[in-house]
Design a protein around this ligand. Structure first.
Ligand code: PMP
Length: 438
C-alpha cells in the first residue's frame, strides 16, 4: 500500500544536498533556513529565484522563461496590465477599511453577486481563502447548532486553527479531530455519485451518534488536493440532498475552481447545485490578497446575532478594484470559453499520451484543471517517485508543474487561464520527451 503524502512535502527542496550549488545560492539558502526556519518551504531539488511574470510565463534571475502550469493565483495571467493599473490607480486615490461608504466596493459587490444563483445575495469580504473557510465554518455552526464537519481525505481548506482541522493534507502526525470525519475522494469511475453519498451518509450518521452533530460538508468541487475529480458532471447532487436531509449545510470552497477555471464561472455549477455557503480566494484578485464568503442573508444574520465580524483589510477599495479588473479580463478575453476549449484540447493530448505510455494510469479533469496519474504499469499502484521525477525534469525544460492526490502521484495541471493551444502543444511535446527518456 502506498503511503499518504502531506501536500506541502511534495516537490519540496529538502535542504540537504547543497554541495553542487554555486556559492551564492548556497549562502542564500543557508540564510533563508536561518531566517524562516522550519516553516519555510521551497520548490524543487534546485530552488529558483523568480524576478518577473507575464501572462503564462515566469522569468528567473538569469532571464530564463518558464511556462507556468502550476499557478491558479495569477489566474488571468501574471502581472496582467489591466489588473495592475486598476490596483495602482485605486491605491493612489484611496485605500481604507470597510466602515465608510466607498463606490469601488459597492460596485464590485453588485457585480460579483450577479454571478451567483438567486438565494446567495450576501457577500463578506476577507483577505484569504483560509479566512473565508474559517468564517463559513462559524456560520455553519451558528445556523445548525452542531459542531461536526465532513471533508475528503486529502482535502486542503486553509491554515487557521479551525480550518487546519478540516485540512487533512496538512496533517503531519496528527489524527483528525473528534469533530471531523474524513471520507474518500470521489472514485475515478463506476458509480461515483453513489459511492460518495454512501460514505457521506455514514459519516453524517457517525457525527450524529457521537452527539457532536453535523454542521456541514466542505468540498472543493474540483477536488484539487485529492487528485482532481470532475466527472460525471452532477455527481455531487445526491451529496447536497443528503446534507440537507440531515439538517446540515453544503459549503462549496471555490478557492481553486472558482472564477472560470473549469470552463464555468464556478465549480459547483458543473454539478448543477446551489450551495448554502460559497468561499473564494486566490484567483479573485489575481495575486492581490482577497477572499470572500457568499451566503443567504438569513444565515449571515443568524451568525451575526452571536458575533460581529470585522476584517480590517477585507473589502478595502484596492481589493475591490483588483477584483473588478479580474472580472473585466475574464469577460473581455473570453477566459471561461478558453478554459473550456483549450482545456479540452489539452485533455485530448494527455489521453493520447496515455495510449503511448503505460505508466500513465489515468487522465481527468475539467477546463484548465487536469490531473494525470502515474502508476506502476503492472500493479496499477500509485507511482509517486515518477511524479517527482517528471516534475523535476520538466523544470529543467522550463516548465513549472506540481503534484496532488493522497499519494502524491497525480500531476496537477493548472496553468493561468490565458493558456492557449500553442502553449498546450509545447507542454505536450516536452512531457512526451520526459516520458520517452524515463
Ligand atoms: N481552499 C483551497 C481549496 C485551497 O487550495 C486553499 C489554498 N491552497 C485555501 C482554501 C486557502 O487559501 P489561502 O492560502 O488563501 O488562505
Amino acid at each position: 500500500m502506498s503511503a499518504a503524502r502531506q501536500i506541502l512535502a511534495l516537490n519540496r527542496f529538502e535542504g540537504g544536498d547543497k554541495a553542487g550549488f554555486e556559492a551564492g545560492l548556497q549562502e542564500r539558502l543557508a540564510r533563508r533556513e536561518a531566517t524562516f526556519g522550519a516553516a519555510s518551504v521551497l520548490f524543487y531539488e534546485q530552488p529558483i529565484e523568480m524576478v518577473r511574470g507575464h501572462g503564462v510565463h515566469l522569468y528567473d534571475a538569469a532571464g530564463a522563461e518558464y511556462l507556468d502550469m502550476y499557478n491558479n493565483v495569477p489566474s488571468v495571467g501574471h502581472s496582467h496590465p489591466h489588473v495592475v493599473s486598476a490596483i495602482a490607480a485605486q491605491a493612489a486615490r484611496l485605500n481604507i477599511h470597510t466602515r465608510y461608504l466607498t463606490r469601488p466596493v459597492e460596485d464590485y459587490a453588485t457585480r460579483l453577486l450577479a454571478q451567483f444563483p438567486a438565494p446567495l445575495t450576501n457577500l463578506v469580504m476577507t483577505c484569504t481563502g483560509s479566512e473565508s473557510n474559517d468564517l463559513a465554518m462559524r456560520i455553519a455552526k451558528a445556523v445548525t447548532g452542531a459542531g461536526g464537519f465532513i471533508v475528503t481525505r486529502a482535502a486542503y481548506h486553509g491554515n487557521t486553527e479551525t480550518v487546519t482541522a478540516i485540512s487533512p493534507s496538512s496533517f503531519t502526525a496528527a489524527a483528525a479531530a473528534a469533530h471531523v470525519r474524513l471520507i474518500s475522494a470521489p472514485a475515478a469511475s463506476g458509480d461515483v455519485a453513489g459511492q460518495f453519498v454512501a460514505e457521506l451518509r455514514a459519516a453524517i450518521a457517525d457525527l450524529q451518534a457521537s452527539g457532536i452533530g453535523f454542521a456541514a460538508l466542505v468540498v472543493d468541487s474540483i477536488f484539487s488536493s485529492d487528485g482532481i475529480f470532475a466527472d460525471p458532471a452532477g455527481f455531487l447532487q445526491p451529496a447536497l440532498d443528503a446534507v440537507h436531509e440531515a439538517g446540515g449545510l453544503f459549503i462549496a470552497d471555490e478557492v481553486q475552481p472558482g472564477f472560470g477555471r473549469t470552463g464555468m464561472m464556478w465549480g459547483f455549477a458543473r454539478h448543477g447545485l446551489v450551495p448554502d455557503i460559497v468561499t473564494m480566494g486566490k484567483p479573485m484578485g489575481n495575486g492581490f490578497p482577497m477572499g470572500g464568503v457568499v451566503t443567504r442573508p438569513e444565515f449571515l444574520a443568524r451568525f451575526c446575532q452571536e458575533t460581529g465580524y470585522f476584517n480590517t483589510f477585507g473589502g478595502n477599495p484596492v481589493a475591490a478594484a483588483a477584483g473588478e479588473a479580474v472580472l473585466d479580463v475574464i469577460e473581455e478575453e473570453g477566459l471561461i470559453e478558453n478554459a473550456a476549449a483549450t482545456g479540452a484540447l489539452l485533455q485530448e493530448g494527455l489521453l493520447g499520451l496515455q495510449k503511448e505510455f503505460a505508466r500513465i494510469g489515468g487522465v481527468r479533469g475539467a477546463g484548465l484543471f487536469l490531473g494525470l496519474d502515474f502508476c506502476d504499469p503492472d500493479s496499477g499502484a500509485p507511482d509517486q517517485p515518477m511524479a517527482s521525477h517528471v516534475i523535476n525534469v520538466l523544470r529543467q525544460k522550463f516548465i513549472l508543474i506540481g503534484a496532488a492526490g493522497l499519494y502524491g502521484h497525480t500531476l496537477k495541471i493548472r496553468p493561468p487561464l490565458c493558456f492557449r493551444p500553442l502553449h498546450a502543444g509545447w507542454f505536450l511535446e516536452r512531457l512526451r520527451e520526459v516520458l520517452r527518456a524515463a
